[in-house]
Design a binder for this molecule. Structure first.
Ligand code: UD1
Ligand code: CA
Length: 452
């Protein structure tokens, strides 16, 4: 039997007080609804249907890469009405799982448990809460069978004491769901078509309702305001940090690392405080990441030392490399094994060969650098002529003196030495020494002008 997932995402999200639709607000840099979409993919859904309403075009644009069917719910007349719309795009022979665009952290495991063995039944995820206020309460008979769900606003004082609540997450065959929803009306305190009304109807028809619980209560927490968003972000980050530590990564303070993406961090990696890791990042064993480092979409090898305050983006770093403090590695940088990039150095779209050093205050851009090159302090590759970018090639064993400008396009052949303060505008031959500076002049007996 196939699986269709319907994600409800039509709500306005008024309490976010935002021009951006609620489900696009990011958790770990990913829109809330994308967390739910990804979960549906991991469950192996054959089709995903998203019911959208408020800010529809914005939501669609934010989710342009989804393989999903979009169904518009023009007026938000209730969760039952929303699911009815969603079912219009669903293969009704499938099992249908209802998820919510503002409930981002439901685990695949808890959903698999819900979907286990529910053929011809309705599967409902419920949770027991100390403070059930606001939620729909689960009504059970004396045999503990679910006979319905009563919303907070329709509940009697006695029913309000029930602390088993509806998470909203449920699954049933599409045909069954459709036929039950056709019988739901809006005669209730909110004048809405409640999805939850299908349970009393099903119970009357003798359809069994089976329940399961999430492993953790935060898995079914929804987001209505930015306080709840921040709280779930912290829970999500703590989960990632706990997993890393269990896998042998040292986090000096697990509350001061944020991971926003897919990471593969080996054991015996040491990570200091206030580190942010984004996108796809891989870090090899024995590597140390200093405080206040931001790493985005990069691969870092083994036994690398990244010192404090580095910003690293779209970069590949080999083994035994030292970087920083205060280095900026921009996209398409490749630091080969045993190389060294020191403080206040910016590198862009360049290869730094094995054993080469760029230690102080330099800009290296569009450069192909060989092995064991030494770049003196304050060296600049002048890669931009105001219109186009040009390449600098520095071959193996070159020594570049401090305060050199290499005006690209230019090639410095193997073993060449460039004296300090040079402006290199022509190619440099192999093993040559190049000096380009005004000869030093001394004026004997010169007097400084005096103030009149
Ligand atoms: C709903 C449940 C309640 C449950 C709670 C869990 C119903 C009637 N009640 O209540 O039992 O305890 O969720 O959080 O189902 N939505 C639409 N279109 C609509 C209405 C809602 O897409 O017309 C979406 C909202 O964007 C939201 C979700 O459905 O993501 C839930 O809607 P909401 O109005 O917040 O339901 P609750 O009153 O919280
Ligand atoms: Ca809600």
């Amino acid at each position: 039997m196939g699986l269709s997932v319907v994600i409800l995402a039509a709500g306005k999200g008024t309490r976010m007080k935002s021009a951006m639709p609620k489900v696009l607000h990011p958790l770990a840099k990913k829109p809330l609804v994308e967390h739910v979409y990804d979960t549906a993919q991991k469950l192996g859904a054959d089709e995903v249907v998203i019911v959208y309403g408020h800010g529809g075009e914005q939501v669609k644009a934010g989710c342009y890469h989804f393989k999903a069917k979009w169904v518009e719910q023009k007026e938000q007349l209730g969760t039952g009405h929303a699911v009815q719309h969603g079912l219009e795009a669903v293969n009704l022979k499938n099992d249908v799982l209802i998820l919510y665009g503002d409930v981002p952290l439901t685990s695949v495991e808890s959903l698999q448990l819900l979907l286990e063995d529910f053929e011809n039944k309705i599967a409902l995820m419920t949770v027991r809460l100390e403070t059930p206020t606001g939620y729909g309460r689960i009504i059970r008979d004396k045999h503990d069978k679910v006979t319905g769900i009563i919303e907070q606003k329709d509940a009697s004082e006695e029913q309000k004491k029930i602390n088993e609540v509806n998470t909203g997450i449920l699954a049933a065959r599409g045909e069954l769901l459709k036929s039950l929803l056709e019988r739901v009306d809006n005669n209730n305190a909110q004048g809405e078509y409640y999805l939850t009304d299908i349970f009393a109807l099903a119970a009357k028809d003798g359809i069994e309702i089976i329940t399961s619980h999430p492993s953790e209560p935060w898995e079914v927490e929804g987001i209505n305001n930015r306080l709840q968003l921040a709280a779930l972000e912290r829970i999500h980050q703590a989960n990632i940090a706990n997993k890393l530590m269990a896998d042998g990564v040292t986090l000096v303070d697990p509350a001061r690392i944020d991971i926003r993406g897919q990471v593969d961090i080996s054991n015996d990696v040491f990570i200091d405080v206030n580190v942010i890791i984004e996108g796809n990042v891989k870090i090899g064993t024995g590597t140390t990441i200093g405080p206040n480092v931001v790493v985005t979409n990069s691969t870092i090898g083994e036994n690398v030392t990244i010192k404090a305050n580095c910003v690293i983006e779209d970069t590949i770093i080999g083994n035994n490399v030292d970087v920083g403090p205060f280095a900026r590695l921009r996209p398409e940088t490749y630091l080969h094994d045993n190389s060294r990039v020191g403080n206040f150095v910016e590198i862009k779209k360049s290869d730094i060969g094995a054993g080469s050093k760029v230690n102080h205050l330099s800009y290296i851009g569009d450069t192909e650098m060989g092995k064991n090159v030494n770049i003196g302090a304050g060296t600049i590759t002048c890669n931009y002529d105001g219109a186009n970018k040009h390449k600098t090639v520095i071959k193996d064993n070159v020594f570049v003196g401090s305060d050199t400008q290499l005006v690209a396009p230019v090639v410095v052949e193997e073993g060449a030495t460039i004296g300090a303060g040079a402006t290199i505008t022509k190619n440099v031959d192999k093993d040559n020494l190049v000096i380009s500076r005004v000869p030093q002049k001394s004026i004997n007996g010169w007097e400084r002008p005096k103030k009149k």
